[in-house]
Design a protein around this ligand. Structure first.
Ligand code: NAD
Ligand code: ZN
Length: 243
């Protein structure tokens, strides 16, 4: 019988792919579960952010009111087991759709985390890419209503996430493809697998001959392609693994 333990033991090179579900046990709501972020507020599209000062003000208001709980949360058991798998040399890369920095916070080295949708824990200039810390932008915005602009070039400053309507980051997409093609086991964890192109990676892995495991509380559209589907909670399931 195929089990997660057997598959992990037999694999020589594993890639972990995560979605918002890995972070719900840290108290960060996902998007598509009942009560998820989208049942409460609509996403702001990139074109609207760039095109309208009012939309930028709304985006920064959401960020600094902390309604998304993205900043300040702590990694959970699931993150910790994945970090252990990386340290043990079983997992080559963690490809993540998440923007919460929790894989890095759990101890996975920066160069092994591939962020497909960027990172919400800092901001950058859309033109010259200069990095800005949220803490430095908070007081001017909250106290004086100043919308962040780049001090070096005057460009628009935005949280370092990939919004809807924004092109995918080229380097990260290439790295993710390379990692996917080099693995013989692909673990898709806590993703509804409906956001493309990210959800193309499990399929690419499978087509390339890797085994595919989907661990998610509820069924996904890619379940028919998987060698093993685990409809279970992430923390307890990963914690049961013996490394
Ligand atoms: P999603 O919200 O579409 O899907 C999450 C899936 O995880 C759901 O199918 C849900 O049933 C499952 N799930 C939730 N908690 C679980 C648990 N404890 N155990 C098992 N399964 C669990 O998330 P997605 O596929 O990542 O796509 C949403 C997009 O939203 C991503 O692009 C991501 O960038 C962004 N997002 C990120 C965060 C974050 O960084 N933590 C949070 C919300 C949304
Ligand atoms: Zn700039």
């Amino acid at each position: 019988m195929l089990t997660l333990q057997n598959l992990v033991d037999e694999a020589t090179r594993t890639v972990v792919f995560t979605g918002a579900g890995i972070s719900t046990e840290s108290g960060i709501p996902d998007f598509r579960s009942p009560g998820g972020v989208w049942t409460k507020m609509k996403p702001i599209y990139f074109q609207d952010f760039v095109g309208s000062e009012e939309m930028r003000r709304e985006a920064w208001r959401r960020r600094f009111e902390g309604g998304d709980k993205l900043v300040g949360s702590k990694p959970n058991k699931g993150h910790a087991v994945i970090a252990d798998l990386v340290t043990a040399g079983k997992v080559s890369h963690v490809i993540t759709q998440n923007i919460d920095n929790l894989h890095q916070d759990s101890g996975v080295p920066e160069d092994k985390v591939i962020e497909l949708h960027g990172n919400a824990t800092y901001a950058h200039c859309l033109d010259c890419k200069e990095r800005y810390e949220l803490e430095d932008l908070r007081a001017p915005f909250v106290e004086e209503g100043i919308i962040p602009m780049c001090k070096s070039c005057g460009g628009i400053v935005k949280s370092a996430t990939i919004s809807f309507g924004q092109p995918m980051p080229e380097w990260e997409m290439l790295q993710a493809e390379e990692a996917t093609l080099a693995c013989d086991l692909f673990l898709a964890i806590g993703s509804s697998l409906v956001v493309y192109p990210a959800a193309g990676f499990p399929i690419l892995a499978k087509k390339n001959g890797a085994r595919l495991v989907i661990l998610n509380r509820e069924p996904t559209e890619l379940d028919p392609y998987a060698d093993l589907v685990l409809n279970a909670e992430i923390g307890p399931t990963l914690s049961a693994l013996t490394l």
